[in-house]
Design a protein around this ligand. Structure first.
Ligand code: DAH
Length: 339
């Protein structure tokens, strides 16, 4: 019997298990009522009296070792489950949701694509600008109200370091460096010191277009505007130009399109007029060309500028401008199909 116990002791010490079921199977094999150890316990009755002491000692040792070993396996198995090498705790949690492009990015791209088809290429400029590029070069008089502190964010009380209030500054940047022909489209963010509400924000986005070459005429501008309006909204969109004033264009105009919501019949969106204003434009003032080192007797040009929020609003009827910068995914997801 002692030999049998020693064999079992050996066996128990080498016991291995891969999961909870295997551990339970081992427990049943050795420790249950009909298990190996219980059977030996039953046989203990038949052991000769003078050997009982020694056999009893081995038997107790076997029982205790088996119990400890099974506990040890259980513990190890539980630990293995919590510190599994295969689990990557740095991985993104499921489900991984794909983002969507921001509505302003979608519309910006569309505007740039349309002008791209007319041969315009993209130009960019800095958001932190100086007075020359934002105002002086563009023919703003010294006392023009747009220079006023109420509109412009100045940086560190320095009147010559400011956040650009329009993307027209990129016109100057390009004309200073590049000889005509120039045909550029400049998308970007602009800043104005306005109280934030559903219809105004202290930052918004514009796209500027500039074409300078020999013999550029107002008819060229009108043709480009009509093409843009039809491509952006619908083929039956009509345009109308109203005389206006900008320091950097002469003559200047504002362009309306037939209201794309009521089709020109008149609705609350177009305040019953059938028309909505979408951009400013004009022939580049000769002073601006000269300020940038371009001979205004040889060259002429047209320019136009529009707000991306305004165009997006017209296309998608976003009623509150603040939605564009709140990053509410429910709002952004509404543009999934336009992506
Ligand atoms: N810069 C003008 C603004 O911010 C928009 C604009 C009007 C741009 C007429 C132009 C233009 O290029 O010709 O309101």
């Amino acid at each position: 019997m002692i030999n049998k116990i020693k064999d079992l002791l050996q066996e128990v010490e080498n016991m291995k298990a891969a999961n909870a079921e295997e551990i339970e199977a081992l427990r049943i094999k050795y420790l249950s009522k009909k298990g190996e150890i219980s059977l030996l316990m039953n046989d203990f009755r038949n052991v000769a009296a003078d050997q009982k002491r020694e056999v009893g000692k081995f038997l107790n040792e076997l029982k205790e070792t088996t119990q400890n070993k099974i506990n040890e396996l259980k513990e190890r198995f539980e630990n293995v489950q919590t510190v599994d090498d295969d689990i990557d705790l740095t991985r993104t949690a499921y489900p991984i949701e794909l983002g969507t492009r921001h509505p302003l990015s979608i519309v910006k791209k569309e505007i740039c694509d349309i002008f791209g088809r007319l041969g315009f290429s993209i130009a960019e400029g800095p958001e932190i600008e100086d007075d020359w590029h934002v105002f002086s070069s563009l023919n703003f008089a010294e006392d023009h109200p747009a220079r006023d502190m109420q509109d412009t964010f100045f940086i560190q009380h320095n009147p010559d370091v400011l956040l650009r209030t329009h993307t027209s500054s990129v016109q100057t940047r390009v004309m200073e460096k590049q000889e005509p022909p120039i045909r550029i489209i400049c998308p970007g963010r602009v800043y104005r010191n306005e109280a934030i509400s559903y219809r105004a924000h202290c930052f918004f986005h514009q796209v500027e277009a500039l074409y300078v070459d020999k013999d550029v005429s107002f008819a060229d501008l009108k043709q480009a505007l009509l093409f843009f309006a039809k491509e952006m909204f619908s083929p039956d969109t009509k345009i109308r130009l109203r005389p206006s004033y900008f320091p950097f264009t002469e003559p200047s105009a504002e362009m309306d399109i037939s209201c794309n919501i009521c089709g020109g019949k008149g609705c609350p969106f177009c305040k019953g007029t059938g028309w909505v204003e979408i951009l400013g434009c004009g022939m580049v003032d000769p002073n601006v060309l000269e300020n940038c080192g371009i001979d205004s007797k040889v060259y002429s040009g047209y320019a136009l500028g529009m707000g991306i929020e305004r165009i997006t609003n017209l296309k998608y009827q976003v009623k509150d401008l603040r939605m564009f910068s709140e990053n509410d995914v429910r709002f952004l997801r509404e543009f999934e199909s336009a992506n």
